[in-house]
Design a protein around this ligand. Structure first.
Ligand code: NAP
Length: 281
């Protein structure tokens, strides 16, 4: 049968992406003869690539580093999720119209919910102030949580907190990224979400949080998914904390993209199995 639609992820570099395996598993499970590919697109090539792809058989794209912010200026319409996050990770082509969305934040919230953690009313400490942190902080606030930020470069966290205050009227506290301040913050926190790159392969012995600050009542989520069990999650388990790894967010941000493109409920179990198989391989 002829492939009717093509989807893909654009990034630079893109070789490591798990998105093709995950989305192709979803298409197979849904019985759709669609294809999802990884495209290595340089920043200089982004505009031309988008111009050439926004007609059938291309149905949509995901954008990853370094295109999430740059893609904004090529969108005809920006969904509220992309406006708030200041970044696009999902692009829908509809005729000649391109709409940009951001599913990172909702993907993180869904992963926490799947792990039995409703975020409404929770006090959440977000480590980091980069692209993922932005999307997650907004999604947590929109979902009724209160957010504290801590980032190595404090000014970046301050700028994000200020922007969130202006856009949502919610107060976001910023704490210093050092042991004593983090320990104080944890004592007033229900869940910690690591959105920094610390602990990512190959630096698997590193953690963004000293183990000494962890308390067993706190839920610890790490959005880093390679390795699946990061040093932070190992330390959190040893401290008696409930842990949530980054694969749940990866799957749910992809599931939300599929919903945007196709209007379907994504087969998240098949997507997760495909990602875990690939990571284990
Ligand atoms: P980013 O925009 O580059 O932000 C990186 C963040 O990490 C910044 O806050 C940075 O702090 C901090 N950081 C880097 N090195 C550090 C160090 N040595 N010590 C302390 N902090 C450090 O990256 P991103 O796009 O937000 O992605 C962050 C991570 O999330 C990546 O590992 C990515 O793979 C993962 N991610 C996962 C999913 C998922 O679906 N599970 C989705 C998106 C992203 P400074 O501001 O001080 O530089």
């Amino acid at each position: 049968m002829k492939t009717q639609k093509i989807f893909g992820v654009i990034g630079h570099p893109i070789g490591h992406s798990l998105s093709p395996v995950m989305h192709n598993a979803a298409f197979k499970e849904l019985g759709l003869d669609y294809r999802y590919e990884a495209y290595d697109v340089t920043p200089e090539g982004l505009e031309k690539f988008l111009m050439l792809r926004h007609t059938p058989p291309f149905g949509g794209l995901n954008a990853t580093v370094p295109h999430k912010v740059a893609a904004i200026k090529y969108m005809d319409v920006l969904d509220e999720s992309a406006k708030l996050a200041g970044a696009v990770n999902t692009i829908k082509f509809d005729g000649r119209k391109t709409t940009g969305y951001n599913t990172d934040g909702i993907g993180c919230v869904r992963a926490l919910e799947e792990a039995g953690e409703k975020i409404s009313g929770k006090r959440i400490l977000v480590l980091g102030a980069g692209g993922a942190a932005r999307a997650i902080a907004y999604a947590c606030i929109t979902g009724g949580a209160s957010v504290t930020l801590s980032n190595r470069t404090r000014e970046k966290a301050m700028r994000l907190a200020q922007e969130i205050r202006e856009k949502t009227k919610n107060t976001v506290v910023v704490v210093n990224y050092e042991e004593k301040s983090l320990k104080d913050a944890i004592s007033r926190t229900d869940a910690v979400i690591n959105t920094t790159t610390v602990g990512m392969m190959p630096h698997v012995a590193d953690s963004p949080l000293p183990a000494s600050v962890l308390e067993s009542r706190v839920v610890v989520m790490d959005i880093v998914y390679n390795p699946q069990e990061t040093r932070l999650l190992q330390d959190a388990k040893a401290a008696g904390c409930k842990t949530v790894d980054g694969i749940g967010m990866l799957v749910h941000q992809g599931a939300e993209s599929l919903k945007i493109w196709l209007g379907v409920d994504a087969p998240t179990a098949a997507m997760k199995a495909a990602v875990e198989k690939e990571l284990g391989a």
